[in-house]
Ligand binder design. Structure first.
Ligand SMILES: Cc1cc2nc3c(=O)[nH]c(=O)nc-3n(C[C@H](O)[C@H](O)[C@H](O)COP(=O)(O)O)c2cc1C
Length: 198
């Protein structure tokens, strides 16, 4: 597993996927810039369940850019951070994102990166299989941002394989992953669907 930031501790979880994904390259990140992001933890956990995959975990702090505007774009062109982010997408066989919800929508850090990357080419996700996740400390589990992402990205990418929201993160997630049996069973089905899509 490649971890592109010091703050993530690689975690080893059991694997429940039966599909052979030997050598598949999975790109995963929490759509948050919090140092202690629960979404980064959740995305890392989900990606670690993909059998025999080669994981790259991004930290959005490594892709900080000026707030996007068409004027800044005229001035700067495509920032190297945006080009680098796009290369990670290009190199991946599958993408796992867990969205932080800020005021019912994307975190500013994620949206800024998305806006910059969307100017390199319109097809941001390059039709790659995607697993879209979200979690929050609250009971809705960041469902609003997940619905937004799933609706929008599915429109341009038919390979959005599955989505899942984990409510009440601090009650439902422990050292070895999802605690609640029903949530775990439902989540494992999403992992299976994604594994089969990559
Ligand atoms: C500015 C701000 C707005 C937030 N808005 C929401 C919200 O609309 N819905 C929600 O469930 N949680 C909201 N939260 C709480 C986040 O879900 C919580 O901070 C969570 O840890 C964010 O994910 P992260 O740890 O991956 O950054 C908000 C937090 C902040 C700082």
């Amino acid at each position: 597993m490649r971890v592109l930031h010091d703050s993530v501790i690689p975690l080893v979880y059991y694997c429940n996927s039966r599909k052979q994904t030997m050598g598949k390259k999975i790109l995963a990140f929490g759509a948050s810039s919090s140092k202690e992001s629960i979404n980064k933890r959740f995305a890392t956990y989900a990606a670690s369940l993909i059998h025999d995959a080669d994981l790259t975990i991004l930290d959005l702090n490594d892709f900080e850019m000026p707030i996007f505007s068409v004027d800044r774009e005229k001035e700067l062109g495509h920032p190297k951070e945006a080009l680098e982010f796009k290369e990670h997408i290009r190199n991946a066989d599958g993408i796992v994102i867990s969205f932080a919800e800020h005021n019912s929508s994307y975190s500013a850090a994620y949206k800024n990166i998305f806006d910059w990357v969307s100017r390199i080419e319109k097809d941001v996700w390059l039709q790659k299989p995607m697993l879209l996740l979200a979690t929050s400390p609250g009971g809705r589990g960041a469902m609003s941002v997940l619905e937004q992402a799933t609706t929008t990205y599915s429109r341009s990418n038919p390979n959005v394989a599955a989505c899942f929201s984990l409510p009440s993160f601090h009650d439902n997630f422990g050292e070895s992953g999802i605690i609640d049996d029903k949530l775990k069973a439902s989540f494992n089905k999403k992992i299976k669907a994604f594994s089969e899509a990559i």
